[in-house]
Design a protein. Structure first.
Ligand SMILES: Nc1ncnc2c1ncn2[C@@H]1O[C@H](COP(=O)(O)OP(=O)(O)OP(=O)(O)O)[C@@H](O)[C@H]1O
Ligand SMILES: [Mg+2]
Length: 367
């Protein structure tokens, strides 16, 4: 499952000098930073601590800029915010894995002819430039064979490739250092989310993460991430549309959007929101159709995650249009934690999937 942690560990923690029993996962989202500290004991998982800080509570700007491809607003501010969460949540574990957002990574899949294990690396490096819009020398590549077996002369190989610009990895290394953490690994967000919500599932799941700035549509088959697509649509656009339609400021518009969502009301906000959500549903249908056409497999279920999955009426609307069971899974549900915080965790869960999945990945590598 955590193939890319293993490989990315090459630069993050070359000798695996430490073998932590607890791990911290961090997701630096546009609107907030989420931190989860987890531990594994035997088969049991414990949520040790968690914390979140909204960018609006610290600075006027989001933690990440709106332009695609650009990265953290400031390593200094972000590391200060991370430190503040660690202090507040009393997290003393130093080992950290960062989940890297979809718009800072490139995920593609392609086929290779039958070949031996040894030949794969060279073939991947040779083929990758066709798909990755960045100089390969400035990029870290990580891949997994998701279909076919190396060494089998009959079987073509399907490769799932992730590319992360080196600059982005260096920025995360700086943030970790400035926050007093030891970077254990970094991994693309899609893997973290897939592990947190569908890692043990035997089903074929379409996992959709809707945040503030972007949405990812992922296909996870029997726990393995097979496809990952990223779109610019997300909750920020919904807020903007409500703000324009009602002539309100961002904060007020966000409040109305989150309370009313797709529920019919006098101000006809839902009609404005449907206009933005429908194109996303068309993308989901196209992706599911394409996956079926190429793999002969239908998604059994749809999972929604990310803060925007809580938009009132969204789950029902997805169900109605896609004619499939649509769940909003709770990434904390398999963890031990004090029962008194169960209600709070349930509400926060959709925003924490990436942080929890990243932390779990670090503990899996030690088994
Ligand atoms: N009840 C709700 N209804 C609708 N949207 C909500 C609700 N609660 C939170 N949100 C939205 O969720 C978004 C925050 O989600 P999340 O924390 O997943 O985003 P992020 O990780 O910061 O962003 P990104 O992943 O795009 O960088 C905000 O746009 C917020 O308005
Ligand atoms: Mg996010």
């Amino acid at each position: 499952m955590n193939f890319n942690l293993e490989k990315l560990n090459i630069f993050a923690n070359p000798l695996k000098m430490f073998f932590p029993k607890k791990m911290v996962g961090i997701d630096i989202g546009t609107s907030s930073i989420k931190v989860a500290e987890v531990s594994i004991w035997g088969q049991g998982k414990t949520l040790e601590n968690y914390g979140q800080i909204k960018s609006s509570s610290l600075y006027k700007e989001p933690f990440r800029s709106v332009e695609r491809g650009s990265y953290l607003l400031s390593n200094y501010f972000v590391s200060r915010a991370v430190k503040a969460i660690l202090n507040e949540a009393k997290i003393s574990t130093k080992a950290v894995i960062f989940s890297i957002p979809d718009f800072s990574t490139f995920c593609v899949s392609f086929e290779l002819p039958p070949m031996s294990e040894k030949e794969i690396k060279e073939a991947v490096y040779f083929t990758a430039p066709q798909y990755i819009p960045l100089p390969i020398t400035e990029t870290t590549l990580d891949w997994k064979i998701v279909e076919g077996a190396s060494g089998d002369k009959e079987s073509k190989l399907k490769v799932f490739l992730v590319a992360i610009p080196n600059q982005i990895i260096q920025d995360y290394q700086k943030v970790a250092k400035m926050a007093g953490l030891e970077l254990y690994a970094v991994e693309a967000e899609a893997f973290s989310i897939a592990r947190a919500l569908a890692g043990e599932s035997k089903k074929c799941i379409c996992l959709i993460d809707i945040g503030v700035q972007s949405t990812t549509i992922n296909i996870v088959d029997k726990g393995n991430l097979k496809k990952s697509y990223s779109f610019n649509f997300a909750g920020g656009q919904l807020t903007h549309a409500v703000s324009s339609a009602l002539g309100l400021g961002r904060e007020e518009a966000e409040k109305i959007k989150n309370e009313q969502g797709l529920t019919p009301a006098k101000d006809k906000i839902s009609e404005t929101l449907y206009l933005l959500i429908d194109p996303l549903l068309i993308e989901v249908k196209d992706i599911l159709y394409d996956f079926y056409a190429k793999n002969g497999k239908e998604a059994d279920e749809i999972y929604l995650t990310g803060g925007t999955s809580a938009l009132p009426g969204l789950q029902e609307y997805f169900k109605e249009v896609l004619k499939k069971n649509v769940e909003i899974p709770n990434c904390f549900s398999e963890f031990l934690y004090p029962p008194i915080i169960g209600g709070t965790l349930e509400k926060m869960a959709p925003a924490f999937s990436a942080a929890v999945g990243a932390a779990l990945g670090g503990l899996e590598t030690q088994n």
